[in-house]
Design a binder for this molecule. Structure first.
Ligand code: HMG
Length: 447
């Protein structure tokens, strides 16, 4: 069977940064460690005044096409995953294709374009669509361009404000891919939830604490569903576990839950029994409340064990490297986590062709999806090509007042009274130039 998966990745960060411990925490009267240790974040990326979901997505896509030597005729499909769209009808993929057509001779006239929406899980769903399109043989030898792009902004003063971010991940999905092959097996956990939503509004209504519970519940169901088709998962089946990362502290909670679930009824649980006892079983308790209290106590002990900590350090912590520096990129977040894992493998000089990643995606509203990915021969060269370190180093470090201005600039309904100068100088990239006659957003390539 033909392998289908991710052949190339490019990451584009917003060009500004907000320093959470040093700029954000003092304004909120908080201990900086609430951000660095509690949430696990150092900085968030922000878009400069000329950046948005289209410029970041188009810039990532152009880098990808140039690095792979592609022309528009090589792309049969462009799907954009976003929850920051500014247009209820015309998909962001048409804006991105329009940008790219400014710089390539050819056009994307015969490519199928669309937009995927399901909060943060939409990026993974767009990859699924591409996978299915290729597997069905409808692609005529062409590849699919999937762009996950978001400006993840919250209303000023919302508790989510600390977890903001902005960036895009462009991915090429093809036959015989260089980076990873996607598994046919998938597991889902999906329920109608009202924990995080944007009903005709730019910034989300969020019940933060509940959203965390929903994340964990749906992720557990997705894992169970995945195991029902792929068979029981064992810890040594996979090298890394990249998860959707709204902030690293969330993944820390999810990882402990996944670990407890995966080691149940295995030798690892038996080995740990002498140290912390076996995991509580619901049948042994009078009611749900007593069982849940026992589980909480057990989890507190489990997380201090050497067995758990060494698995976490090897398989999960390395997936959080970029996220700590950029914040939540919504649809792009799990793809940033995968890239962090692969960068870690390079840093450790791991030759792990043929090894597996267990990938957990999540979107509020709510749906989790779990699948496996097998690392392919060309992974190292592709990941070494990323220039994300240079992008992060070059970000303009916002003062508090500048942050307030930038947030206002990106709020569509706000009348920004004063013109805000850009903080960085655009060069060799697409920029937003203003609104057009029909209220469309307009873009230009700056050479
Ligand atoms: P909060 O209430 O301001 O924070 O907001 P907190 O008081 O819960 O503190 C956060 C953590 O820092 C806690 O850790 C504190 O103990 C710790 P925990 O106890 O939970 O392990 N802490 C400290 N640690 C060390 N030193 C200190 C210190 N002080 C406190 N001095 C909240 C947190 C997540 C609720 C907020 O940021 C929020 O509403 N975020 C937005 C929603 C969100 O990200 N939810 C995550 C799950 S839903 C999801 O992932 C989907 C999403 O990406 C959207 C989509 O799908 O489209 C969001």
């Amino acid at each position: 069977m033909t392998a289908v998966g991710i052949d190339a990745i490019e990451i584009r960060s917003g060009k500004l940064k907000l320093d959470l411990p040093n700029t954000f925490a003092p304004q909120k009267g908080d201990d900086p460690e609430k951000y660095t240790k509690g949430l696990g974040l150092n900085n968030s990326s922000f878009p400069d005044v000329y950046e948005d979901i289209v410029t970041m997505g188009a810039n990532a896509a152009k880098s990808l096409m140039d690095r792979k030597g592609l022309v528009p005729a090589d792309i049969g499909r462009i799907d954009v995953a976003t929850e920051s769209a500014f247009d209820h009808s015309k998909p962001v993929s048409t804006y991105i294709a329009g940008c790219l057509e400014q710089v390539y001779d050819d056009d994307f006239r015969h490519a199928n374009k669309g937009e995927r929406k399901f909060a943060c899980v939409a990026g993974t769903q767009a990859i699924d669509d591409a996978y299915n399109w290729i597997k069905a043989g409808r692609h005529r030898g062409r590849a699919a361009l999937v762009v996950a792009t978001d400006t993840a902004l919250y209303a000023r003063g919302d508790p989510g404000e600390a977890t903001q971010g902005a960036g895009a991940v462009a991915m090429l999905i093809s036959e015989d891919p260089s980076i990873v092959e996607l598994s046919t097996h998938q597991g889902y956990g999906s329920m109608d939830e009202t924990d995080f939503l944007k009903p005709n509004q730019q910034f989300p209504s969020v019940d933060g604490k509940r959203s965390m519970q929903v994340y964990l519940a749906r992720m557990r169901e997705a894992l169970e569903d995945y195991q029902s088709v792929a068979g029981k998962v064992h810890l040594d089946d996979f090298a890394y576990a990249p998860f959707h990362t709204p902030f690293p502290g969330m993944v820390r909670k999810a990882a402990l839950l996944a670990y407890r679930h995966i080691i149940r009824d295995t030798e690892i649980e038996d080995d740990l029994a002498g140290e912390i006892g076996r995991q509580p079983r619901e049948d042994d308790y009078e009611d749900r409340e007593a069982y849940e209290a026992a589980i909480r106590e057990h989890m507190d002990e489990l997380k201090t064990t050497d067995a758990y900590q060494s698995w976490y350090a090897d398989a999960v912590e390395p997936t959080l490297g970029l996220s700590r520096e950029v914040g939540n990129w919504y649809t792009g977040s799990v793809h940033v986590a995968r890239a962090s894992a692969l960068r870690d493998a390079i840093a450790k000089d791991r030759d792990f062709v043929g090894e597996t990643l267990l990938v957990g995606s999540y979107g509020s509203g709510a749906q989790a999806e779990i699948h496996a990915e097998t690392v392919r021969e060309g992974w190292r060269e592709e990941i070494e090509g990323l220039d994300i370190d240079a992008q992060l180093d070059a970000r303009y470090d916002l003062s508090w007042e500048e942050y307030e201005d930038v947030h206002d600039v990106h709020e569509y309904d706000k009348d920004v009274e004063r013109e805000i100068e850009e903080f960085t100088a655009p060069s060799e990239e697409f920029v937003f130039t203003g609104w057009g006659r029909m209220n469309e957003r307009k873009y230009e390539y700056i050479a």
